[in-house]
Each structure stands twice: as structure tokens, then as C-alpha cells.
Ligand binder design. Sequence first.
Ligand code: ADP
Ligand code: ADP
Ligand code: MG
Length: 441
Amino acid sequence: MFSRILIANRGEIAVRIIRACKEMGIQTVAVFSQADSEALHVSLADESLCIGPAQAAKSYLNKEAVLSAALLSHAQAIHPGYGFLSEDPAFSALCEEKGLRFIGPSAASIRAMGDKDEARRTMQAAGVPVIPGSSLLSDADEALAWAKKIGYPILLKARSGGGGRGIRKIESDEELLRAFPLASAEAQSAFGDGALYLEKYLFPVKHIEMQLIADGQGNVVCLGERECSMQIKNQKVLEESPSLKVGVGIRKKMEEVCQRAANAVKYEGLGTIEFLLDQNGGFYFMEMNTRLQVEHPVTEFVTGLDLVKWQIRVAAGQPLDFTQSDVRLSGHAIECRVNALPGEKGAGRVELLHIPGGPAVRFDTALYQGYALSPFYDSMIGKLVVHAQTREEALRKMHAALCELVIEGLEHNAEFQIALLNEPEFLSGEYTTDFLQRRGK
Ligand code: ADP
Ligand code: ADP
Ligand code: MG
């Protein structure tokens, strides 16, 4: 096992990883930007190193600075968290070159899945159902030809897109002609890659994803699905496990497909395969996220496993000590993402913080009283996660916890989440990915 790990991230996920390391007896090294010297992950880690200015491109995304920090602090491994360097194959390769273990899959697996176009082709070859769509588009005329074949509406997607960005819905030839150069230029500036492809816009559908872990010794184990259909502009807002629309039959089929998908890219580590599920129980591969995911706590609650600890063990070469038939999904878990809203006074300072408690109530956050939120980073400030025997109980528990949560000094979306919990379409479990869009969100 590693004795020292560098965490190349910030915020709640850095704190989450540091806690797992402490429980495993592993020393931790934090890196931080000049805007984050007061951040919680810095004070919780055993050692911390400043790696550059506030802009992520110059600090958290600065591969050389992160690698130097790891070598200077004698870390043996780097945990990238999510976002930032977590899905950068070049970074994974650089780590291995410097003799550092990247806690995640090989550069080849990340590359195979991170290129969303290549991933579609690899999955198709492995017999995984994919969403009808094109290969890479060289120009707008080629896009028009594909759209004619597939039929509108379509989604124009950036090959290297992620985080809900780089996706446009298109309804007509005129719109496609206009959008193509804009989308390509936007993708170039956002992801450093202007390449586009298109997919049939499936509707109405649910976003269902399967968590898996592979130990590189032939064991690929699926850990249940998460439903993430509650989205604003293709970004997840609330997640739950299990999904009311995934019974034993669909789950089993999805597990078989995930096994095939993981084996096709010789996958090692923790990963998530995202699907769209239609009204007839058909599901289609959307993408694979080759990292720890924001909503991993709901899976931790229903499986009773600590996914971060397992991710670290597997990276250290330990085999899984459980098989598919050992996995028991128990009860129901829900996560609400608590996001800061753009306030009138800028980023805001936490003047008063009260975190709800009680059995199976978890709030993952890097906030503390007096903390000044930095405008440079993601607006997600916490994740409230609950677990109970039934969905009804979990909903009541979430409602109570959201009502109890107090974060004074900044605007946030807890009221919005409370309102969501009372929506009949959500309560019935019938909601699809377009739900909030229909509400004007
Ligand atoms: P999850 O399902 O884990 O929430 P998301 O797609 O919402 O996955 O992304 C998680 C985090 O990673 C978010 O902070 C998101 O902004 C970031 N992210 C993911 N992919 C990219 C990308 N290609 N470029 C920039 N940020 C990304
Ligand atoms: P990202 O890498 O940004 O997470 P995804 O390809 O996973 O991008 O898509 C994000 C969201 O966009 C999905 O969860 C879903 O709601 C919607 N979406 C993506 N592809 C389609 C599609 N072909 N039809 C309908 N909705 C889609
Ligand atoms: Mg996605």
C-alpha cells in the first residue's frame, strides 16, 4: 500500500479523498492555488504545496507543477479526483513516466473513452448498443447529410466535451448550418479540440449510469445504477439509486453490457458508464467517465462500500475481495447538489454554517464558517446525501435535511431542491432528462 498520496484537486472531493487516506493510514499532500491558501483541503492534509495562481489553467491544471509537487513531497501516487486532470491521458502517462502511480485507469483506457467518437466505435465493435449517430464530421455539409439520414432533432457534440458543455440541440438544416462553425470554434476554445460529431436526440429518456470497479486481475464488478435524469442544461442536479425504472431484468442486462465495455478497453479502476434508457427498456451507451464521480456517495450508501478506499487499493495492485454475487443493493439513496448561485455581492463569505446530521445523512463539503468562496472555481459547494430503507423514507429524510441546512452569507439552491422534492413527476419516478427544461430551467 502507498504511504503517501498527493491529491491533485480542491474542494469537497479533495477533502473526501484526504479523509479516506487518513483512515487507511496514508499520509496526504495537498496542492493549492494562491486563491486557496485558506481552503479546508490545505489544512486537513499532512503537507501542502502552492502550485500557482488562482486560474485553474495555471495551477490545478498545470501538469508540470503538480508532478513537481509530488516528487518534492515524496508522494508515491496521485489521486486526481474529478474534473481537472482526472481524464487527461497525457497526465496519466506522465505520472507513470516519473514513477508515480496515477490513481485511475491507464492512459490508453482514458484515451479510448475520453475521445467520445472513438469510444462510440469501440463500444459498437464490442456489441454495446450506442445512440444512432455519425462519425467525426469534417464540415457542415457532412453534418447535413448525417442529419438527413438520422432525422431531427439531433445533438451536435464536441468529441472532447464534458461537464454538460459542448452539446447543442439542433432542429433544422438552417440551424445546423449556422451552428456548426460556432460549435466547432467554441469546442476549440473550451476543450482545445474543435472536432464534432452528431447523435440522434433521444426523447423522452432517463439518464441511467452504472458504477463499476475493475481490479486488473480479471474482476469487473458492477455496483448498481444511479439515475441522474434531473438536469439543468445537461448538468446533473439530483441523483438517486436505485432507479424506479430499473428492475432486476434491466440491471442484469446493463451489467452484462458494462462487463463487455470494460473488457473491450482492458479497464482498471473505478469507472462509470452512462446510458440513456427509453420507455421500452432499451438503453444506449452515451459515454464512460474514467474517474471517481461527483455522485459516488449514493452508490456508497446502497452498497456499503467505500469507493475511494477501493479505488486506492486497486491502484496499489490489490485484488477486489468481493465478486458480483456478493454485491447487495440495500435501501434507497438520494443526493442533492448544493450550488452557490451568482450573488449580488460576488462570491460571498460563509457567515453561519449548520450541517444537518442524524443516521445516514451525509454532507460532503469543504465549507466552514468564515470561509470566503472563490469565484475562480466550480459553483458546487456541497452534496447532501441520505439513505433509508425505502424511497419514501429517503425523500422525507432529504426534505428534513435540506430544511435544516443553514449556509448564511451566500445564495444557494437548497430552496429549489426542496421544491423539486414535491414535484409529482419526480415523486412518481416518471421524470425524464427534459423535466427541468420543460419548467424553463
Ligand atoms: P459527474 O457525473 O461526476 O458529475 P460531470 O460530467 O458532471 O460528471 O463532471 C464532473 C466534474 O468534471 C465537473 O466539475 C465538470 O465541470 C468537470 N468536467 C468533466 N469533463 C470535463 C471537461 N471535458 N472539461 C472540463 N470540465 C469537465
Ligand atoms: P458530458 O460529457 O458533458 O457529461 P454526455 O454525453 O454525458 O455529456 O451528455 C450529458 C447529458 O446530455 C446527458 O445526461 C443527457 O441528459 C443529454 N444527452 C446526451 N446525449 C443525448 C442524446 N443523444 N439524446 C438525448 N439527450 C442526450
Ligand atoms: Mg456525461
